[in-house]
Design a protein around this ligand. Structure first.
Ligand code: PXP
Length: 240
């Protein structure tokens, strides 16, 4: 069964907009797990405009499911935080400085040596590693020789095409990339712009997906349906 990891960065964005501690990010992390999420994801950025480094430290002790920290491993501050907090999984994203949101996967061929060295640092600390990758078979092959445990397929393009009704075209490159990952023994995650409309189609075509991490759409839906209902809706999208 594919796990649902809820990215709670948007809760921190809302809190930061007014100062104070409302909504309470730590309580949200606790509640999403009570409401059925299989994991909590955070994406600290150097400017701390969403989740702060202190939030990440505060959340770790209340995790009863799986903790996934994603971010830019070119920042030494990020590496230090992950090694200190020791989440279940770190997802390495090739963000540029000041980027609004992640918008591309690693070039696993060009950055092969860098990825090997960086992944080894986390794996030596007993942390499972996933790297963000575009749905391109060559990039999946490149990922397989870096030592990563998993890849996370970047699903923005899938979501964009799906929204225009091109469902088959949308899913095709992801099925090919997922098949290659499976063949090469890599675990498989996916994320970015997944929502309650496009998630079932993705999940049905890639049934051996280990985990999806979803933030923006899920938190937006929670405004209308409530957090508990929304998490259950997304979980239903992942049913076989
Ligand atoms: N995966 C990665 C690597 C991301 O950077 C993000 C956005 O922070 C997500 C998944 C979640 O994307 P969304 O907020 O669109 O669900």
């Amino acid at each position: 069964m594919t796990k649902l990891s809820v990215n709670i960065n948007k809760i921190a964005t809302l809190r930061n907009s007014r100062g104070g501690n409302n909504p309470d990010v730590k309580k949200t992390a606790m509640d999403v797990q009570i409401f059925g999420a299989d994991g909590v994801t955070v994406h600290p950025r150097p400017d701390e405009r969403h989740i702060r480094y202190a939030d990440v430290r505060a959340i770790k002790p209340i995790i009863t499911t799986e903790f996934n920290i994603e971010g830019n491993c070119r920042e030494q501050k990020f590496i230090d935080l992950v090694l200190e907090v020791k989440p279940h999984q770190v997802t390495l994203v090739p963000d540029a400085e000041g980027q609004l949101t992640s918008d591309h996967g690693w070039n696993t061929i060009e950055h092969q040596q860098y990825l090997k060295d960086t992944i080894a640092v986390f794996k030596n600390a007993g942390i499972r590693v996933s790297i963000f990758v575009d749905p391109v078979v060559e990039m999946v092959e490149g990922a397989a020789t870096t030592g990563t445990d998993r890849i996370e397929l970047y699903t923005e393009e899938y979501a964009r095409k799906f929204a225009t009704g091109q469902k088959e075209e949308a899913i095709a490159p992801y099925m090919a990339a997922a098949e290659k990952a499976r063949e090469l023994g890599l675990g498989l995650n996916a994320g970015h712009d997944l929502d309650r409309h496009n998630l079932s189609w993705f999940s049905k075509h890639i049934p051996y997906l280990d985990e999806v991490s979803i933030g923006h759409a899920l938190i937006c839906d929670a405004l209308y349906f409530g957090l508990e209902n929304t998490i259950q809706m997304y979980k239903r999208c992942l049913l076989p």
